[in-house]
Design a binder for this molecule. Structure first.
Ligand code: SOE
Length: 378
């Protein structure tokens, strides 16, 4: 009989749905796991919407006050899917109550806000993880394995983009469902914390620490109506950010993110160039990893496009037969599976809060560099 891990989900927006889907699917596709999540309660401020979410997704109960959720004896793990400004308070209280804590990215708005979260989970000794889900795209995990095998040799370049176009309309307000991402008070920052944080998490995982950065940011729409005050107010987030950096391994990094790249919806790409080989990946074609190996016979040497659907490639033996692909939502199933496995093994489930603190430090350095127009050490 599988051990039950009773989940209390805080927040029921887009991310609440992705995580809930992960909890629901994991047992069917990872039957070897000794534990299984139970959708025990969902918490949201608006009662009718929270109740409707609970009914739709099969949560056994609901709460409208996260403090009550955390105080419940029948909750083992608190999963935070709120806007960024609430992550710290909920996570610290959950850790102090002895709950496991899963937190949507970024860990919090700043390093300063993130540090007490790390201290709280470490002091309480509770399992913790941050949902940087793109690590768990099979092709991205395969990239990690290829790099660790040494096939790339010395790495020279790491290049990443995360391009979107959904905030070009100046009539969009700041604040409200999904649009809290445009409100600096709720989000902390714009594309840096929302999108570059993904790129930085993957980069540190694949290529090691970033030591120093030089960045530029721009806010193209400088005023927007604020849903809380009903007035047109200054926009405090970065709409676009470009930075370059050094990695501790001696390689150079180049990163760009914007929500103003007309035509691009979620174009997360990275390319890594090593001495012997290169790899590149594109979220819009997420089941493929492109690979160039200079040791191939010269007459057939070229970029290969590897379709990651075979059972011996990461995660894929849990899904369909070779040739048949999976999607974005599966990365969250993988994260739940890895979290449950880490509990069984008594091991951390990366990225832990401490791992995500390093990403927060890079984001802070990027924003400081742009504000001060100078290089910043991380
Ligand atoms: C919106 O910009 C968003 O939903 C991010 O918040 C997610 O983290 C990213 O994966 C997709 O885009």
């Amino acid at each position: 009989m599988a051990k039950e891990i009773r989940i209390g989900l805080v927040g029921y927006g887009f991310m609440g749905r992705t995580h809930s889907n992960g909890y629901k699917r994991v047992g069917d596709f990872f039957p070897e796991l000794q534990s299984r999540p139970v959708l025990q309660a969902v918490c949201g401020r608006t009662e009718d919407k929270t109740k409707a979410f609970a009914e739709q997704w099969g949560y056994k109960s609901y709460e409208t006050d996260w403090r009550k959720l955390i105080a419940r004896d029948d909750i083992d793990a608190v999963d935070i899917c709120t806007p960024n400004d609430q992550h710290a308070e909920v996570a610290i209280a959950a850790a102090q109550a002895g709950k496991m804590v899963l937190c949507e990215k970024p860990l919090a708005r700043t390093t300063q806000e993130s540090l007490p979260m790390v201290e709280a989970v470490e002091k309480a000794g509770v399992p913790n993880t941050v949902w940087y889900n793109y690590r768990r795209v099979p092709a991205v995990t395969l990239a990690k394995q290829i790099i660790e095998s040494g096939k790339l040799g010395k790495i020279f370049h790491y290049r990443a983009n995360f391009l979107q176009d959904w905030t070009i309309n100046a009539e969009l307000p700041q604040g409200g469902a999904a649009l809290w991402r445009l409100d600096a008070a709720a989000a902390g920052s714009g594309v840096t914390g929302d999108l570059l944080a993904h790129c930085i998490d993957t980069a540190i995982w694949l290529n090691g620490s970033i030591t120093d950065v030089s960045a530029v940011t721009e806010t193209f729409v400088k005023e927007r109506m604020h849903t809380l005050t009903g007035k047109v107010e200054k926009v405090g987030i970065d709409d676009a950010c470009i930075f370059h950096c050094h990695f501790a391994n001696g390689s150079l990094g180049l990163f760009e993110s914007t929500r103003y790249a007309r035509g691009h919806k979620a174009l997360y790409t990275f390319e890594i160039n090593g001495e012997h080989a290169s790899i590149r990946w594109d979220l819009h074609d997420l089941n493929r990893l492109e690979y160039f190996d200079h040791s191939d016979e010269s007459i057939v040497r070229g970029w290969r496009s590897v379709h990651i659907t075979d059972g011996d490639q990461p995660y894929m033996k849990h899904w369909w037969v070779p040739g048949l692909s999976i999607g974005y939502e599966h990365t969250f199933v993988h994260q739940v599976a890895d979290f449950l496995r880490s509990l069984e093994q008594g091991a951390p489930c990366p990225p832990t809060f401490r791992d995500a603190l390093e990403t927060a430090r890079v984001c802070d350095a990027v924003l400081k560099s742009a504000a001060e127009r100078s290089w910043q050490n991380v």
